[in-house]
Design a protein around this ligand. Sequence first.
Ligand SMILES: C=CC1=C(C)c2cc3[nH]c(cc4nc(cc5[nH]c(cc1n2)c(C)c5CCC(=O)O)C(CCC(=O)O)=C4C)c(C)c3C=C
Ligand SMILES: [Fe+2]
Ligand SMILES: [Fe+2]
Length: 355
Amino acid sequence: MRDTSQPGATCPAHAPKDHPAIPAQKVGILLANLGTPDGTDYWSMRRYLGEFLSDKRVIDYPAWKWQPLLQLIILSKRPFTSGAAYRTIWNTEADESPLMTITKAQTAAIRETLTDQYGDRVMVEFCMRYGNPSTRSKVREMVAAGCTKIVFFPLYPQYAGATSATANDQFFRALMQEKWQPTARIVDPYFEHPAYIDALAQSVERRYADLETRPDILVCSYHGVPKRYLMEGDPYHCQCQKTTRLLKERLGWADTEITTTFQSQFGPEDWLRPYTVDEVARLAREDGKKNIAVIAPAFSADCIETLEEINEEIRESFEEAGGARFTYVPCLNDDPAHIAALSTVIRENLGGWLD
Ligand SMILES: C=CC1=C(C)c2cc3[nH]c(cc4nc(cc5[nH]c(cc1n2)c(C)c5CCC(=O)O)C(CCC(=O)O)=C4C)c(C)c3C=C
Ligand SMILES: [Fe+2]
Ligand SMILES: [Fe+2]
């Protein structure tokens, strides 16, 4: 009997001329990040923010209440203010946002690492939850290229409904469109993975080694979510606290040398506290911490929230409160230790698939 599982083989039940050749079977590694606008103009920003802020996993108000407010008020103003903020950090050479540039670099580096080990049996791509390239288009591309198995990897170290879960939802929706659905695995949050903690610690040590005077405290600023989400069971807050503790332990520091804060609150609800923007001012004014460093462990890549919010707005709040030295520790981006950590997490999720 002919073995039809071989690449290029045809099934004996069909005349060979009618039968498409079976492509080589591959494992797809699909990295996922949040998404970013295609441009900084009003309509690009409106499209991006409209899709993002209409997601029930991000803002869970009933549509009849939220959509009129979103469409008529928020989306008539925010595309201008956010567009202006994006213009201050835009990668003008490539005409794309830093999040896009960095995600491309991370994907290329992980692809190189994994193809060195597995050859063309793996296919590594990235997709975005909002905007381009869409999750659907990348799942389609992987299936068409012969991926019968996919490892889906949301690039958020800490799980949040507003990020990891909605990325997974979109992946499941994409799978639902496939006639011959690949087998799928979802990578767990990696907030406590030793390789991730080690990459964070190395980045702090490297940054500190460049400084004339050691900062009084390292502020770990995580993206916030409404406090209600925590009360309803979202593990994000606890995972952030644990990342900070493990980082502190890995660095061998005292409790007083590191702290956890939350940034980017949006709308009228109470969000996770303390708010970074207030806490850095309080540290300068009340605790006499005039020399601080800030790191953003929830972001796998620098983006508007780090380059503009932390390095511009939050820095300004600290300096206005009397702070003297503000050091931003960049995200892990395509740092080799980060690429090695992410590749390790992927390998752990390939168990049995490429043996
Ligand atoms: C309105 C509610 C929001 C929640 C909840 C939220 C959670 C959340 N977001 C990230 C990571 C990123 N957010 C980014 C941008 C961004 N986030 C919100 C709102 C919420 N985020 C808005 C409106 C925006 C757009 C920018 C702006 O208008 O202020 C980005 C950056 C994208 C980029 O292009 O650079 C990231 C990354 C996490 C990790 C998180 C919860 C854990
Ligand atoms: Fe956000
Ligand atoms: Fe907690």
